[in-house]
Design a protein around this ligand. Structure first.
Ligand code: PMP
Length: 306
């Protein structure tokens, strides 16, 4: 078999499987999930980090990002392979397990203030900016960078399209930075404008208002990690999203457990969130073919969700 030996773990990113969720959702609509937790760093963020590092300005030896979760881990993994010095800033509330996950790859974790605005010099975002300026480091800046959605347009989307043989009616996707839904959504609509793209986010998050007439109600606060924002990120492209639905944290967690117990898929809270969204949409989906993304594993949240 060609290419069976990879040069590094970076070459093991991608080619993640598509799995039918017929035990959970029945067989009328065909719901298929792309299991991004099977990437070597444990999440879809491996792809974005690989794309961004490939476009890093020449001569940089040091990288920095503010992320308590999957992006931090993916960057730490990639930095180990490429021999880069890696700094990751996280808010003070970050769990010990998450800090250790990033440190395990040899990256340096900077624990910053919790619950201060982004502009505050103590925030994990501002500390990342300051570290980048001080050391001439490459700051990935996923919430503002064009390269975030571009990674999914260039990598995740064509892979998904091929696996589906170009046969798809709906793409339903969780929204955090918005990079995944925006990059994949654009690619799919360019190939077939009849494909409907629907985002899913926790209650009171900011994206539904950008896409629909529904007002943003209440203050955004969610226990589901990775999805939802109080204010929209620049990585999100509302032009390629047809609708956004919201689900409660309780619904997301219920579907997280159902995925494990009925499908044998131990996925993270954002996969539960998008599954709860699909359950809500089911009457509208008829006998359509629907694809979704499961961004990370439930292993990171065992004591929190299961
Ligand atoms: N789920 C998880 C677990 C994540 O870490 C992220 C990234 N924040 C997402 C979903 C959302 O992906 P995106 O940032 O591309 O919208």
């Amino acid at each position: 078999m060609p290419h069976s030996i990879r040069n590094s773990v970076m070459d093991a990113i991608g080619n993640t499987p598509l799995v039918r969720l017929s035990r959970l959702f029945g067989e009328r609509a065909e719901i298929v999930a792309k299991l991004e937790y099977m990437n070597p760093g444990g999440s879809i963020k491996d792809r974005m980090v690989r794309h961004m590092l490939a476009r890093m300005p020449a001569g940089r030896q040091r990288v920095v990002e503010s992320s308590s979760g999957n992006t931090g881990a993916a960057l730490a993994m990639a930095s180990a392979v490429h021999g880069l010095q890696c700094d990751v800033t996280v808010p003070g509330k970050t769990s010990v397990e998450k800090v250790k996950r990033i440190q395990a790859y040899g990256a340096q974790v900077h624990v910053c203030a919790t619950d201060v605005p982004e502009q505050d010099v103590r925030s994990y975002y501002a500390v990342a900016e300051a570290l980048a300026a001080e050391h001439g480091a490459y700051h990935l800046d996923q919430y503002r960078s064009e390269l975030n959605r571009q990674a999914h347009y260039a990598d995740t989307a064509p892979e998904l399209w091929q696996q589906l043989d170009g046969q798809l009616d709906y793409f339903v996707c969780g929204i955090g930075s918005g990079g995944t839904i925006s990059g994949i959504g654009r690619y799919l609509k360019e190939r077939n404008p009849r494909i409907t793209v629907i985002g899913v986010e926790p209650r009171h998050s900011a994206y539904r208002k950008l896409v629909t007439d529904a007002p943003q109600t209440g203050e955004f606060r969610s226990a589901i990690e990775g999805v939802g924002k109080g204010a929209p990120s620049l990585a999100f492209d509302p032009a390629v999203v047809d609708d956004v639905v919201q689900v409660s944290d309780e619904e997301a967690l219920e579907y997280c457990q159902l995925l494990a117990r009925r499908e044998g898929i131990l996925a993270g809270g954002s996969s539960g969130c998008v599954s709860a969204g699909i359950a809500q949409l089911l009457p509208r989906l008829g006998s359509a073919r629907v694809a979704t993304i499961f961004p990370d594993s439930g292993v990171y949240y065992l004591s929190k969700y299961f």
